[in-house]
Write a protein that binds this ligand. Structure first.
Ligand SMILES: C=CC1=C(C)c2cc3[nH]c(cc4nc(cc5[nH]c(cc1n2)c(C)c5CCC(=O)O)C(CCC(=O)O)=C4C)c(C)c3C=C
Ligand SMILES: [Fe+2]
Ligand SMILES: [Fe+2]
Length: 348
């Protein structure tokens, strides 16, 4: 006799039905491109001690007194330039990626696997979606932070947030986390194919392909965060893969770090500096791509595609293209499905 065979009292917890949940997680975004909503979002994001590694007693007065009184208005203006019919691009694309995975993996498992999505800051919140998967009968959950390169400020904080929820559960589901996939041949191949497809569609052949990764304070490298190394490994493997496949011979690759924040030294070289350096050096045709972002967002659609274009063209460049992230491209979805399936091995 198993416990399920007992006469269950009214208040007995629901029987978990052996389902498997997958939660795709990306960074987070404001609910609307208004100053008030951006302030709410930034207050949560920039209060995360994994993101700003300054003791709260010193940081919170600067955040509340200065940053949240100035930045939200400027950032909201930038968000308005990229806002889509479906809302914030980052959330809309992550939602579509989850729907595609739910169809590809969920439907094929006859509903045994449920794929959902969440944002680390803002909505849908990680604890809410974990609870929903749990309530739907999932006793195993794969938590998938969609960051190819591991970083404490991104990957680790997703796991922290999920752990906060787990800590509150009497009957926890088993949790697995998707490892970083910066050097995974599936990811490198998907990038190579999708970049080549997008370059084919341009009406010019770039001389330079700039690989722009999100920046981090430089001291995090000395503190042992592998992020910088993961970015460079991705860049090296991507260039090698494109050469091996005979794609775009003669294309010159450069790597840079974007979205500097605050006064501390960040990883270098900075994307804006490289764009202006190329313009000044006489490069006429350049494409930029952001391999570290699994979905287009403010940082790619505004900072790279709009500001980056100006920086390159004002210094002498003539043709500029900002390529899309893997998003819901055929190569991107096939890669995502394969890495999720591999992580689910033994569970399904
Ligand atoms: C110290 C501040 C920041 C660190 C560290 C940081 C790391 C980091 N961020 C991403 C990915 C994204 N960041 C995005 C927006 C964004 N990032 C910061 C600051 C830091 N990021 C701010 C203040 C903002 C908000 C916009 C602004 O006011 O400039 C986004 C886009 C979100 C969107 O809504 O579209 C992404 C994605 C990574 C991968 C990373 C470390 C590796
Ligand atoms: Fe960021
Ligand atoms: Fe490094």
């Amino acid at each position: 006799m198993t416990w399920q065979d007992h006469q269950l009292p009214e208040e007995h917890p629901p029987v978990r039905s052996g389902k498997i949940g997958v939660l795709l997680v990306n960074l987070g975004t404001p609910v609307a491109p208004t100053t008030a909503d951006v302030r709410r979002y930034l207050a949560e994001f920039l209060s995360d001690r994994r993101v700003i590694e300054i003791p709260p007693i010193a940081w919170q007065p600067i955040l509340r007194g200065v940053i949240l009184n100035t930045r939200p208005q400027k950032s909201a203006e930038a968000y308005r330039k990229v806002w889509s019919e479906d809302g914030s691009p980052l959330a809309a694309i992550t939602k579509r990626q989850a729907a595609a995975m739910d169809t590809a993996i969920g439907a094929a498992s006859e509903g045994r696997v449920i794929v959902d999505w969440a944002m680390r800051y803002g909505e849908p919140a990680i604890p809410d979606r974990l609870a929903a998967l749990h309530d739907a009968g999932c006793d195993r959950i794969l938590l998938a932070p969609l960051y190819p390169q591991y970083c404490a400020a991104t990957t680790a904080t997703v796991v922290d947030k999920a752990s906060d929820w787990l800590r509150e559960q009497r009957w926890q589901p088993s949790l697995r986390t998707l490892p970083p996939y910066h050097d995974d041949p599936l990811y490198i191949d998907a990038l190579a194919s999708d970049i080549d497809r997008q370059l084919d569609a341009l009406d010019f052949e770039p001389e330079v392909l700039l690989l722009s990764f999100h920046g981090m304070p430089a001291r995090t490298l000395a503190l042992g965060d592998p992020y910088h190394c993961h970015c460079h490994k991705t860049a090296r493997l991507l260039e090698a893969k494109m050469a091996e496949r005979g794609l775009r011979p003669g294309l010159r690759f450069r790597t840079s770090f974007q979205s500097r924040f605050g006064r501390a030294k960040w990883l270098e070289p900075a994307t804006d500096d490289v764009l202006m350096d190329e313009g000044r050096k006489g490069t006429k045709r350049l494409a930029v791509v952001a391999p570290g972002f699994s979905a287009d967002c403010l940082e790619t659609l505004e900072e790279l595609a709009l500001e980056g274009k100006e920086q390159f063209e004002e210094t002498g460049g003539e043709r500029f293209a900002a390529l899309s992230c893997l998003n819901t491209s055929q190569a991107g979805l096939a890669m995502l499905e394969a890495i999720l399936r591999r992580e689910l091995a033994g569970w399904i």
